[in-house]
Write a protein that binds this ligand. Structure first.
Ligand code: CA
Length: 232
């Protein structure tokens, strides 16, 4: 018996991008359903109950951001955002508003597929470390049960806050987290406007776990948006 295909509703007003994405998704085994407006998209998501939604932030009838907020009133599965490079602040707002990840146009199909794989892993609830209490990423090991971090078998001593920051990122591997989201998770809701905390702790954390903190392997910067723990 065939596994059911992952159903995706794609909401994008640009017909060329839409055609390209629908074709690419079908070739790679997904089941795409397309909408050209936010209104049509909302209807489709309600009717199809997709496993994931891909939303273009620049839609003719409603801002992508308002669309995400509306979807998030009831829709709990992954939402991936498409946005133009010039709209950094929209991307951040979309992530803070409940989107899971974003792609900047123009993007390659490999990049899209990689993001979809990350999203489907989260969908399946197979977050790294859930079952074993350990998160492994190459030479980096986080033993969540023992609250211990090792790089190539050697213990790394982290402050409680550094550890929390690493854990928040690593347990959502591959997913971009905004500055606000990280500040809220690690420092609490009163500190979401204090991005310098994050910069200082990120620098310390990279110095402790990365071979070359200027060329990080695990703790990746998403310029103008936040950070992402490397997926592969
Ligand atoms: Ca558009």
């Amino acid at each position: 018996m065939n596994e059911p295909r992952i159903r995706i509703v794609l909401i994008e007003d640009d017909p060329q991008i839409r055609r390209f994405l629908v074709a690419a998704l079908e070739i790679h085994g997904y089941e795409p359903h397309e909408a050209a407006t936010a209104a049509e998209g909302l209807r489709l998501v309600t009717a199809r109950q997709p496993d994931m939604v891909i939303v273009d932030l620049g839609l003719p009838d409603l801002s992508g951001l308002d669309l995400i907020r509306r979807l998030r009133e009831w829709y709990t599965r992954p939402i991936l955002v498409l946005s133009a490079r010039t709209r950094e602040q929209d991307k951040v707002a979309a992530l803070d508003g409940g989107a899971d990840d974003y792609l900047t146009k123009p993007f390659g199909i490999e990049e899209l597929l990689a993001r979809l794989r990350v999203a489907s892993r989260h969908l399946a609830g197979q977050r790294a470390g859930d079952a074993s209490g350990r998160i492994e990423a190459g030479a980096l090991l986080i033993d969540v049960t023992a609250r211990r971090v090792q790089v190539r078998g050697a213990d790394v001593h982290l402050t409680p806050r550094e550890y929390r920051l690493l854990l928040v990122l690593a347990s959502q591997r591959g997913k971009v987290l905004t500055h606000r989201q990280l500040l809220r998770e690690v420092w609490g809701p009163a500190h979401v406007e204090s991005p310098h905390y994050l910069r200082i702790y990120m620098r310390a954390l990279r110095t402790k776990i990365e071979d070359d903190p200027a060329q990080p392997r695990w703790l990746l910067t998403e310029i103008g948006v936040g950070y992402r723990f490397a997926d592969e």
